[in-house]
Ligand binder design. Sequence first.
Ligand code: GCU
Length: 432
Amino acid sequence: MMLRNFSSKLAVFGFTAALGVLLTGSICSAQKPPVANYDESKVGTYTLPDPLVFQNGKPVTNGRDWAKRRLEILKLFEDDVYGHSPRPPKNIRYKVFDVDQHALGGKAIRKQVSIYFSPTKDTPREDLLLYLPAGVPRPVPIILSLNFRGNQAVTSDRGVKLAMLWDPKTQKQVRATEQSRGSDSTFDVPKVLARGYGFATIYYQDIEPDFAGGWRHGIQPLFFKPGQTAPAPDDWGAIGAWAYGLSRAMDYLEKDKDVDAKRVAVMGHSRLGKTALWAGAQDTRFALVIANCPGEGGASLMRRNYGETIPSMMIHFPFWFCGNLRKYADHINDLPVDAHELIALNAPRPVYVTAAEGDQWADPRGEFLAEVAAGPVYRLLGAEGLGTDQMPALNHPIQHTLAFHIRDGVHTVTEYDWDQFLNFADAHLRAK
Ligand code: GCU
């Protein structure tokens, strides 16, 4: 999931396909995954939908127009890509079950909070782990990220509650082990705190487990209409549910006086990078969005036939999206939106998308071109696009209101990535 380090592109595909099996439990044997293309000359031709033209053909010429056009685009993503999410609850129910004023050797204040998705039932709920930098005037800006391996994996702090992890094979929950503490090297909590930011995280499968049919064990049934027994074709999929969980975390952060809720960055890697983009698109309280290697179904242009494609995702991960997306799998050019518009839904807020040379599956160029194509919306709103349509060299970040880098290495989050994110956050959220 986190690492993809193969020189042979076919091996990359094989690994990812196998991963799909692992994560979904099984794949339908009748469906063969399409062979991934890695030849730029075979990407095909496409015309991107213009974010600055209304569906009735009229141009979008100012900020007021954009506010309306934005709603059109949002609805298209809800109808055909991620599905419709329920409205936010009127009140949120949460319980701060742990506070340690001297965590991480005195460098942090730790809080742990259960956030309930139902006004009456105690499950499902998400457990938020929050660290605030010690000795820094509060309220502080926060970086909020879903994590893959449980809250206990992001730090070796023994005070962190061991998560209940979902096993995709048995489709049952198992308590994370003591040994798993600090095992997720994609986070560097001390580094974030040292730069003056708080760090908040949630195990993503607290919200909905990540396998086909996982919705049965997650938050979706809480919102079914009377008599409803399964998600409708335009109901949210897992990405929508995970994004909803991020927004409920934001509800809590707004209540916490130690947190500056106007300066919360939402960050995610890979499928959780797709989720961060969709969370920011729907919930404008997120001040900044960081999508690390988000790939297809996130920042990569879906119309480009390179690396992972929507037809492939419809075999391995259809449940991440709404049922309607399947209709476009064989004619993606008819999908009324593309990834540049997902980025543009976040405008004029800062968005950072990353790519990695060894992550061709995610289509680095497709991620870059989506940001380029979101640029006109940013410029219309008086912000900056990427300022270039030339893919930068490896390890040469471009950081304006839109930011992008491609680094050497594989599909993961590295120290280098974090350094860039914190520089970007400093420029826009000004922690210092
Ligand atoms: C698979 C999937 C990607 C996804 C990645 C991840 O590789 O094909 O779309 O981004 O898993 O989330 O790690």
